[in-house]
Design a binder for this molecule. Structure first.
Ligand code: URQ
Ligand code: ZN
Ligand code: ZN
Length: 599
């Protein structure tokens, strides 16, 4: 049996080419080639459609004469790709005959973009976002993004793992590029914690968990939930993400605005002004700090909230910031637009403010590390659900296709971002934070051949009439950008070919993201050592048993003794002051860290 199997495999490899024949796909009117073989069927290897343009170089490709831009610098080298990965980088490479060559003279070569924040086929606010994983990733590829990270959002009381499986079912056969998943938690029960632990295993590959501080009555979790969930994220080596807006305050504001007759889209930004975002960002950082949990603040949309992130980072908190294509490419004036469709088309949370420059500066200064799109598109018809009540307008906008071009226009063309920083904020930093680096986010030997050849002179005008999303509205309508992808390679396949999109449904892979990303946990551990936070074991439903969990306050014998003294003496409150309190050690002493670690 074993020998026969070897013979079949041998024959498959040697004779397969003889069974290749050309097939014209009359439905799509695109010429395609199907590799059909008796042997491949026998070995039950799925047969994939191989577009004609890949035939001459299905496995091999060389990119010549371009400028390679990585997070750490720019170099003039050629790149040889084989079997979906980068095989060689250098000059005068010796390559096999028949390799397709792409001349990148005058162009930049970047690692494919990584969008850490999309919502494809998301059930939300009584409807489902218009782009499924096919349309969404097709649009991503068209704009130079070759990996997206989307979200698993369970139904109330649904198992996280069940919801995760359903999401994989939605995506696996549809994606035109690689993808990963964050998981949203709606409560902090022992069951949820144990599933979170399970999800970090290789078989699921999830290392990031998102918690909503807004959408009261739907996705929002409480502060005690946040505390417990973040504690658990730290225990399992994950990264906590937050949607930071004060959901209680928003709910009150919405009621009052509606009662006052404000029913149009302008009610949306009025109900959630800058301080509502800034307070939640500050609170999220504070809670994460209690349990030494690394924190990723998603979609920071205003200067004050960015300053809160900046303060957290200066104080040594392990906190990272993301802003959106919408934040750097749009100014929020549309909310007052006389056209309802236009105003409603811009509704997302947190709303777009007039903060483009401030948000870009935070990217420049490394207050923010990533740009996402939060691509969550609803058609005009879907948005019309909130025609008489702004709180019913489904929240979400486009950006997965435009993200790179907007960062280029408002960052590089504006003279604010240098080339390596552009690569960091569009690709490398996300790869590092979500533990995909250097497989993704780098042009290096051994990395996936996810590559963008960027034409810095190509003029494009963004429009719903030419975008690839299934949405019928584009918040960047009419924006002119100088710079566009000329070629995009997804795992070595040419999916944008000389400006022409040739995305292939289902060719993307799920990428497993493992916990304990060094970009995150080197910082967490360093800080814990510096502050003298000694990890201690806690039991949490068995799932995280024996995993060290640090807390801010170390309960020393003296503290315990101190408590006993008060009890034994049974003195009135004033007696507490007489207790010796010279060596209670805390990570955050009253008066700030400069006051010293002891009081
Ligand atoms: O809040 C998010 O991240 C989702 C639900 C998309 N919608 C939005 O308004 N940002
Ligand atoms: Zn959010
Ligand atoms: Zn989102």
């Amino acid at each position: 049996m074993c020998n026969n199997w070897h013979i079949v495999r041998y024959l498959s490899r040697k004779l397969l080419p003889a069974f290749i024949f050309l097939y014209s796909d009359s439905f799509s009117n695109r010429h395609s080639v199907f590799i059909v073989s008796f042997f491949s069927k026998m070995s039950s290897v799925p047969v994939k459609k191989v577009p004609l343009h890949l035939q001459s170089s299905q496995n091999r490709l060389i990119i010549k004469n371009g400028k390679i831009v990585n997070a750490d610098g720019v170099s003039d080298c050629d790149i040889f790709i084989e079997g979906g990965v980068i095989k060689e980088i250098g000059r005068n490479l010796i390559i096999p005959g028949g390799t397709r060559a792409i001349d990148a003279q005058g162009k930049y070569i970047f690692p494919g973009g990584i969008d850490p924040h999309t919502h494809f086929k998301m059930d939300f606010m009584g409807t489902t976002s218009a782009d499924d994983f096919y349309n969404g990733t097709k649009a991503a590829v068209a704009g130079g993004t070759t990996t997206i990270i989307d979200f698993v959002i369970p139904e109330p009381d649904q198992s996280l793992i069940e919801a995760y499986r359903a999401r994989r079912g939605d995506a696996d056969s549809k994606v035109c590029c690689d993808y990963g998943l964050h998981v949203v938690c709606l409560n902090s029960t022992d069951h949820t914690k144990s599933e979170m632990t399970e999800l970090t295993k290789e078989q699921y590959g999830v290392n990031s968990f998102k918690f909503f501080m807004a959408y009261k009555g739907a996705l929002m979790v409480s502060d005690p939930d946040l505390y417990v969930l973040m504690e658990h994220v730290r225990a399992i080596g994950g990264l906590a993400m937050v949607h930071a807006e004060n959901g209680d305050v928003i709910a009150e504001n919405e009621e009052r605005l509606l009662a006052a007759g404000v029913t149009g889209p302008i009610g949306h930004p009025l109900s959630r002004q800058e301080d509502v975002e800034t307070e939640a960002v500050t609170r999220a950082i504070m809670i994460a700090n209690q349990v030494s949990c690394p924190l990723y603040v998603a979609h920071v949309m205003c200067r004050d909230a960015g300053e809160a992130v900046s303060r957290g980072r200066s104080n040594g908190n392990v906190v990272f910031g993301e802003t959106l294509a919408a934040g750097i490419g749009s100014d929020g004036t549309a909310y007052t637009h006389s056209c309802w469709e236009n105003a409603a088309g811009h509704v997302l949370g947190p709303p777009i403010r007039n903060e483009q420059k401030a948000l870009m500066n935070f990217l420049v200064q490394d207050v923010f590390q990533t740009t996402g799109s939060d691509h969550c598109v609803f058609t005009k018809n879907q948005k019309a659900m909130g025609k008489d009540n702004f709180t019913l307008i489904p929240n979400g906008v486009n950006g997965v296709e435009e993200r790179l071009a907007l960062a280029w226009q408002y960052g590089v063309n504006a003279g604010l971002l240098d080339l390596p920083r552009f690569v960091q904020i569009t690709s490398t930093n996300a790869a590092k934070l979500f533990n995909l680096y250097p497989r993704k986010g780098a042009l290096a030997v051994g990395s996936d051949a996810d590559i963008v050849i960027w034409d810095p002179k190509k003029l494009q005008t963004i429009s719903a009439s030419s975008h690839h999303s299934a949405g019928d509205f584009n918040i960047f309508e009419g924006t002119q950008v100088t710079g566009a992808p000329q070629f995009v390679l997804v795992n070595g396949r040419v999916c944008v070919d000389d400006y022409e999109l040739k995305a292939v449904e289902g060719i993307g892979n799920y990428v497993s993201t493992s916990p304990w990303a060094s970009e995150v946990y080197d910082k967490v551990l360093q800080r814990e050592v510096k502050l003298g936070i000694k990890p201690k074991s806690v039991t949490s439903n068995g799932a995280a048993e024996s995993v060290p969990v640090p807390v801010q306050v170390q309960i020393t014998e003296e503290i315990q003794q101190n408590s006993k003294l008060v009890e034994v003496d049974n003195e009135p409150q004033i007696g507490v002051s007489s207790v010796k309190k010279s060596s209670i050690k805390v990570a955050n002493p009253p008066g700030g860290k400069s006051a010293g670690g002891f009081w």
